[in-house]
Every structure is written in structure tokens, then in C-alpha cells.
Design a protein around this ligand. Structure first.
Ligand code: PRP
Ligand code: ZN
Length: 295
């Protein structure tokens, strides 16, 4: 095993793969792509990306074939449960992207009262272990039909009564005449780390990478907000600014009682927040993204 270059297993293609590459690029990694190859080399840090199928990532990280891995919580959890929790790599960070839900869905033509409706039914899924664990807790006895890909066609083919699959926008369910009746697991991308010993060089690279991920996360949430307001509204407006330190206050030329307020908000600024600011007296409210941050 390579001693100095950190190896990160990532999904070869798919939505999570796109989000992963976007994150890696945002952290400043220069990726030398090698189309069709197993490895992509990072030019400006001692890192190699191992491009594999998502289902292989939890096992590769557990076994130390890769030092780190980026994979959906759904895939990680299914693998861990399948192996009776004996092969669980360490999850060191929730990455906050590729959010999706694992849901039970029925044909639109079926009614639904509660979970008991699944008793004695057959459910097609790529996640039989997560599903059976969930049913066991709820005292439901149902059979699972394990399928990999095109799970949504199973009811139409008459091989299952329902499905349990990943729902993101809901378009796949809609296109197949299915209704989402119950979310059983919420997923997002995770950063996994092997439990095997790592060299000092690799540990240093991980520390650097984690701090850059954190910087990307913060700058994504952090916004620069600007507004004008009557001076008397300042105390009320300051209270409404989400996660902001002392705002900068400037006077507006030729307007004795009006000020401009600028602040860095460390939490999301929602439309509701802006509406409250407006109600409290602010006008010309602008919210700007921040590209990079180093505290
Ligand atoms: C999942 C899932 C559905 C689709 C749902 O597949 O199996 O097919 O996404 O997304 P939607 O609600 O936005 O339509 P994915 O693309 O993750 O690939 P997979 O075959 O590897 O599961
Ligand atoms: Zn897959």
C-alpha cells in the first residue's frame, strides 16, 4: 500500500459523483482526469482518487484499500447492516450534500392507511437490510425482492406490490405512477475513514483536507448582507441578523436619520429573514455570496 499519497475512493458516475467532484474542486484540488482509468491523480496535494462503484466504497475503506471514501449514507448503512455491523468504517464527517430519502412507495391506485398495510406484501428494493431492520422495529412482516437498478418498474411487472427506493426530486416515482407513503431513512454524502493505521504524511493530508471542507461549508452558508434603515431601527435589525457579529454601520450622505448596515451572517439568510428585516424598517436589502473564507 502506498505510504505517502492518500487514497480516496469516490463514485465513478452519478449524481453523488458530480457533487463530490464539485466539492473536491471547490477545496482547490487540481484533478488530472484519466478517462476510463481507475485512478485520478491530484496534482497539488499527495492524493489519488480511486474511481469505483458506490456499493464497493464502504468495504474498500473498511479493508484499507482506500484511506478515505465519499459515499451516500444509504450505501454505507446497507453495507454495515448486511455485514452485521462487523465491517463499519469510521464516518468522520457528514458532508451536507446529495441529500435524498429512502422511501416506501405504492402504486397511485392503492390506498394507504399505515405501515401495517405492508404486512405480507412483497417490496422490491436495493436496500433489503435497511428495510428489514426498519420493518422489524415496526413489527411488520414482509418479503423483500432484491433488485439493482430499475426498482420502480417492479409493481408494473407484477413482481412486487411496492418498492423501497431513493427519492430525490420525486420525478422517477411520478413517471412510474407511484406514490411516496413513508420515508424510512434520510441520506446525505458521508466522509468515511479506514480504521487501519495511517502514516504521518497521510494524517497530515487528511487534516488539511478536513479544514478545507469546513471552509467550503462555511463560505456556502455565510452571506454578506447589506441594507439601509432609519438609525432608530438598528437595535431591532441587529437582533434579526442570523449568526452575525457586530454589524458595520455607515451614514448615508445627505440623509441625517438613515444609515447603511453591512454584516457577515454565518447562517442561511432565508426570504423570511429578509421579510422580517423589511418589517423592522430595512430597505434595499441585498444578500451576497462569499467566495472564500479564512477565519
Ligand atoms: C435513484 C433512484 C431513482 C432516482 C430517484 O437512482 O434509484 O431511480 O435516483 O431520483 P428522483 O426522485 O430525482 O427521480 P440514482 O440516480 O441515485 O442511481 P442508482 O441507480 O445508482 O441508485
Ligand atoms: Zn449503485
Amino acid at each position: 500500500m502506498e505510504k505517502t499519497r492518500l487514497r480516496i475512493a469516490v463514485q465513478k458516475k452519478g449524481r453523488l459523483a458530480d457533487d463530490t467532484f464539485a466539492l473536491l474542486k471547490a477545496t482547490g484540488l487540481t484533478i488530472k482526469e484519466n478517462k476510463g482509468g481507475l485512478f485520478y491523480r491530484i496534482k497539488n496535494l499527495p492524493i489519488d482518487l480511486l474511481l469505483v462503484r458506490d456499493d464497493d466504497i464502504p468495504g474498500f475503506v473498511f479493508d484499507g484499500v482506500a484511506d478515505l471514501g465519499i459515499v451516500g449514507a444509504n450505501v454505507y448503512e446497507e453495507y454495515a447492516l448486511k455485514n452485521d455491523n462487523q465491517r463499519r468504517a469510521q464516518c468522520i464527517q457528514k458532508l451536507g450534500f446529495s441529500h435524498c430519502n429512502l422511501c416506501l412507495a405504492l402504486p397511485n391506485t392503492e390506498g394507504y392507511a399505515d405501515l401495517n398495510d405492508f404486512n405480507d406484501k412483497t417490496i422490491a428494493t436495493s436496500y433489503p437490510n435497511i428495510l428489514q431492520t426498519y420493518f422489524k422495529k415496526g413489527g411488520i412482516s414482509a418479503s423483500t425482492l432484491e433488485m439493482h437498478g430499475s426498482v420502480e418498474v417492479a409493481p408494473k411487472l407484477g413482481i412486487a406490490d411496492a418498492i423501497c427506493d431513493i427519492v430525490s426530486s420525486g420525478a422517477t416515482l411520478e413517471a412510474n405512477g407511484l406514490q411516496n407513503v413513508k420515508t424510512i431513512f434520510s441520506s446525505q454524502a458521508l466522509l468515511l475513514k479506514t480504521t487501519k493505521d495511517l502514516s504521518t504524511e497521510k494524517k497530515d493530508t487528511i487534516t488539511k483536507l478536513l479544514s478545507r471542507f469546513e471552509g467550503v461549508r462555511q463560505s456556502k452558508e455565510t452571506k454578506y448582507i447589506m441594507m439601509n434603515a432609519p438609525r432608530s431601527a438598528l437595535p431591532a435589525l441587529t437582533k434579526l441578523l442570523p449568526g452575525a457579529e457586530a454589524p458595520t454601520v455607515m451614514h448615508l450622505e445627505g440623509q441625517k436619520d438613515s444609515i447603511a448596515i453591512h454584516a457577515v451572517c454565518r447562517e442561511s439568510v432565508f426570504w423570511e429573514t429578509m421579510e422580517s428585516l423589511k418589517t423592522a424598517g430595512a430597505s434595499s436589502i441585498l444578500v451576497l455570496p462569499i467566495e472564500k473564507m479564512l477565519a
